[in-house]
Design a protein around this ligand. Structure first.
Ligand SMILES: Nc1ncnc2c1ncn2[C@@H]1O[C@H](COP(=O)(O)OP(=O)(O)O)[C@@H](O)[C@H]1O
Ligand SMILES: [Mg+2]
Length: 477
């Protein structure tokens, strides 16, 4: 069932329930209030009668039975001489039920039955009875007629109470159902207007196709939850569009990077295919082709790592790791390449530091940093590699720094250094073999570990890259 119908039904049912409950309570209170006032009148009349009987000498004989026609002619008095209203009846009964005195409409039958006559001497008894088709509210109290214990039974017509309740319930029956229908209709109209922007948003969302990434949801003029939803949805669409744009440019860049070595590879192979090529030229062509293939493989591996790093932590196979060991091995391997150029690598590593990391990925990140440092170091320069844990508050990180003494990062390039396919000098870097993915991979690996990486040009020249990784939770020092 549509939400609109459900809400309308709910409102109608709720209103019906409220009206019914309130109506019943009101009727109950009304009846109780009217009966209370009848009761207090009865009480006063009974008290007066009791007092009158106490002072009376033996009762005069009962009057002859009244002509029992219409009661409209008014109250035919008993010999008690009182003047009650037309609905009032009074009887004086002996304990055995003999009617000693009675007012006209009460007739000669005792108004109180045996049970009531038995109970009345102990406490006043309230009851209702019907006389000549009229309902009466009755009160029986003990009294004395000289030495004789008697009962005074007074009653008053309760048709006013019934009329009042009947009129009230009629009013409720007349007004209730339309109120219920109105509540339902109101809820239906209200939810309709509240949901209209939702329907508009739904239609627009359905329209926003994969290629129409610029379209956004219309913002309703109301400042309610639906407007907030539209704002949030637009933010999600923005993020999706950005992600899509990033993805597309990544694929475009990757395609571009792949095309260059593939083109040279093809050219070299074309050249080698030409008839009459001397043997050494063939060997040269095949060597060059093998180099290009290596570059392609490296590029494919880098792209794979980046794609998988987008999964975050899930692509890591972490274990408690001593980064000092990894740095030692990486520096050792790099030293072999640095040696011919007289470049020296200095390692200062705190062997106590433990982190939870994927050793292979961490090594890859360090290798990328050392590779850059080596490439940008002038011959005979020194590269400093340190592993430390900074002191002070919030210092639960391991810091790996690689610093060279080359030209440093071009300042304008620093903010972009960790983006994919970014190179400060594309033409020169390509000769060195980089596609601009090295630092991007370092950042992906750092972030997958819950860490971060920054680059700067420290005083004294050169470039510095600082990799921060969270320390392994260990026993407090
Ligand atoms: N130690 C460094 N000194 C100066 N420039 C650097 C250094 N490391 C990286 N860069 C600059 O940052 C760019 C991006 O580096 P990187 O992501 O490793 O890509 P790649 O090594 O493939 O060129 C490099 O092309 C280079 O211009
Ligand atoms: Mg690099």
């Amino acid at each position: 069932m549509p939400l609109r119908w459900r809400l309308a039904l709910l409102f109608a049912l709720g209103t019906a329930f409220v009206i019914a409950t309130a109506g019943l309570l009101f009727l109950q209170q009304l009846t109780a209030g009217l009966n209370n006032s009848l009761d207090s009148t009865l009480r006063m009349r009974a008290d007066a009668e009791v007092a009158r009987l106490a002072s009376a000498r033996p009762l005069p004989p009962l009057p002859p039975p009244p002509p029992s026609e219409s009661r409209d002619r008014g109250q035919q008095e008993g010999q008690h001489g009182q003047s009650p209203g037309s609905d009032d009846i009074t009887q004086v009964l002996a304990r055995d039920g003999t009617v000693l005195a009675t007012t006209d409409p009460a007739g000669r039958q005792p108004l109180a039955d045996t049970t009531q006559r038995w109970a009345a001497p102990h406490a006043p008894v309230r009851f209702t009875t019907t006389v000549e088709g009229e309902k009466y509210r009755m009160l029986a109290v003990p009294a004395r007629l000289g030495a004789q214990p008697v009962l005074v039974v007074v009653g008053t017509g309760s048709h006013l109470v019934e009329e009042a309740t009947a009129r009230t319930s009629t009013a409720l029956w007349i007004a209730g159902p339309p109120a219920v229908v109105l509540a339902g209709l109101g809820a239906y109209a209200l939810t309709g207007s509240a949901l209209r922007p939702v329907e508009r948003m739904r239609r627009r969302l359905a329209d926003i196709s994969e290629h129409d990434t610029t379209a956004r949801l219309p913002l309703p003029s109301t400042r309610d939850e639906i407007a907030t939803l539209a704002i949030t949805m637009n933010a999600v669409l923005d993020r999706l569009a950005q992600a899509l744009a990033r993805e597309r440019s990544f694929i475009a860049d990757a395609g571009h990077e792949l095309r260059t070595p593939l083109t040279t590879l093809k050219a070299e192979l074309e050249l080698a295919r030409r008839p009459g090529r001397p043997h050494h030229a063939l060997v040269d062509a095949i060597t060059a082709a093998a180099d290009d293939t290596d570059r392609l493989i490296r590029l494919a591996e880098d792209l794979l790592v980046l794609a998988r790093a987008d999964e975050g932590h899930a692509f890591l196979r972490t274990a408690p790791t001593a980064p000092a060991d990894i740095l030692t091995r990486a520096v050792h391997a790099a030293s072999a390449r640095a040696h011919p150029r007289g470049v020296r690598l200095n390692l200062h590593a705190d062997a106590q530091v433990r982190i939870v990391a994927d050793p292979d990925r961490l090594r890859q990140a360090v290798d990328n940093l050392l590779d850059n440092a080596l490439r940008h170091s002038p011959d005979g320069a020194v590269i400093d590699v340190t592993l430390s844990t900074p002191h002070g508050p919030g210092a639960d990180v391991a810091v790996i720094e690689v610093r060279d003494h080359g030209p440093g990062f071009p300042p304008a390039f620093l903010p972009l250094a960790f983006e994919r396919f970014r190179r400060a000098d594309a033409a020169r870097a390509r000769a060195g073999g980089g596609a601009g993915l090295g630092l991007a991979i370092v950042r992906s690996i750092a972030e997958a570990h819950g860490g971060s990486v920054v680059a700067d040009n420290p005083e004294g020249g050169g470039a510095r890259v600082r990799l921060e990784l969270p320390l392994a939770p260990g026993p407090p020092a």
